[in-house]
Ligand binder design. Sequence first.
Ligand code: ADP
Ligand code: MG
Length: 683
Amino acid sequence: MSLDLDQISVRKINGVSALKEGELHAFGVSTVKELLEYYPFRYEDYRLRSLSEVKDGERVTIQAKIAGAPVLQRYGGKSRLTCKMLAENWMFSATWFNRHFLKEQLTAGREIVLTGKWDQRRLQLTVSESDFPDKGISRSGTLQPVYSIGGKITQAWIRKTMNQALQQYGEMIPEILPPHLIQKYRLMPRKQAIAGIHQPSDTGEGQQARRRMVYEELFLFQLKMQAYRALNHGKMDGVVHTADNTTIREFVRSLPFELTDAQKKVELEILHDMRSPYCMNRLLQGDVGSGKTVVAAIALYTTVRSGNQGALMVPTEILAEQHMRSLQRMFQPFGVTVALLTGSVTGKKRKDVLASLQMGLTDIVVGTHALIQEEVFFRQLGLVVTDEQHRFGVNQRSVLRRKGYNPDVLTMTATPIPRTMAITAFGDMDVSTLSERPKGRIPITTHWVKHDMMDRVLGFIRREVDQGRQAYLICPLIEESDKLDVQNAIDLHVQMQQAFPQFKVGLLHGRMTSGEKDEVMRDFYSNDLQLLISTTVVEVGVDVPNATLMVIMDADRFGLSQLHQLRGRVGRGAHASFCILVADPKSEVGRERMEVMTDTEDGFEVARRDLDLRGPGDFFGTKQSGLPEFRLADMVADYEVVEQAREDAAALVSDASFWTSPSYSLLREHLRKEQVFQGDLID
Ligand code: ADP
Ligand code: MG
């Protein structure tokens, strides 16, 4: 086996001193492999042009002849060097700043290649880079890579070093993709592609090199996900759920409604996983109001009736309480016990909950994130259901698995995710989709109004509440800010109390204690409050079917998926519901968001357009997005490749020879380094 490039320190590259090594280290580069995979983010065009076609202010590279003696001026610690040049029939002056050492080399008659900014009026070129064709190496005529570096490392230095690394080690770059895939997509060999990314001879070569490396990057990522999936599903002894169908049907029949076809289909997928010895790792996605909670309840019931305990993790305490109440209502007739465990359950109560969980006296626990981390022990945990925002990275998910339980895992997300992103962020999971909402729902009517129509909005609120309904009013801010001129909840609360003395108006925001929040929510659930002024704390999951009006102040301040989630708080009962967006958007994006919201009520469509507007990086928000950062690939632009790579990776890992044949040893090595598995072979 040849020496691995990731075993060779960058120090071995000629010209890399200990000092430079340290600086490269700051960019995460310490081996030759890492250096070669440090790709440029764009190219600078050094192809030679004629001054006659250059516009004022443009950056240009030209070849010229030195036509006079250089003049050096020094001031302070700085210097300015000027020299007359001749290019074709243009006489002009070239100016360098702080390059006094070049003076000796500027001898009349010598050819020089200059890159810089052209000043048409003064016939002057401010030089950023220059070199001499008679010295051999020249940038002229090429595309030069631009790297994202800084500190003491200059673009010139890293280009030179990259070139040196390619000279010394280029031949050792191993091919990693299987030949059948290289052929299938007519990809460049890896060696050539890496060289081509750093030093493309022309735009075409650069594009082909990038195409190859984008595929490789997505393929390796998907391989990791598919291998996880294959290993977890194939090798682990998950909980086998044994509850018989009659028992489960009995519970389903007790629900106050019939399941939708989508719910039935998803229920089958989940029960199939739960009954098998494989560890379920399933994503349940569905638009707001599609009825995910009920599906989760059926799964939880199944785990309990199979002799296990279940856990439901949700992002907020308000939600935990809500789910706790609705599960209790559903499970009470069947004698299934439900406990609540959040940060505000303390003291003796907490001790009791923990003890009864450990002894197996509690069947189901509903709680926040802390649920699986702290001093919580189960007697026999069979199923974990997590609501969105607990998007674990793939590694964290397997840590949860290895905690000694091996429970089945069902992850729910209320943010419909475009398929490319779903298979990227959740590539190791099976996906179930609730594609329809319960029948009989009346569509939510969405209006966009400007602030000067606030009087009519108030009239609308009065009409709904007079008819016995409830309304939400959402603000971007809690309290007044001198930086932002947008509606704040505290002021609006006062105004609404004055505007509607006949109604009870509540206030809810993130700075209240959870006890205060719960009280307000309880009052809203029970219609003791008719109007709720709130920040986005009600965004996810809150279910008050009698609320029919959602007014969102300064709506252009919110992201699309947030707006869609907020809108999803209404339209949950039998009455017609409305969403009113109050906004005078200043930006194009803000206006677009309002248009998307009034155009469609379909969460998947909203998500697609959101992705177009924002790009994948912002789509999930940054925290715990579960989305990997790709060096080259772009999930929107390269979405077709994402799909192909996934198919190819899935096919490969399902082929038994992948795990044994020497032709895949480099790929297996890659998986080992990514900690998909340990040891030599998987038996
Ligand atoms: P999601 O979590 O997907 O936003 P929920 O599970 O909160 O949706 O369900 C929204 C509302 O629809 C709840 O009030 C729930 O009781 C009700 N619901 C769920 N499934 C059905 C159904 N099949 N038919 C009628 N109503 C349903
Ligand atoms: Mg829900």
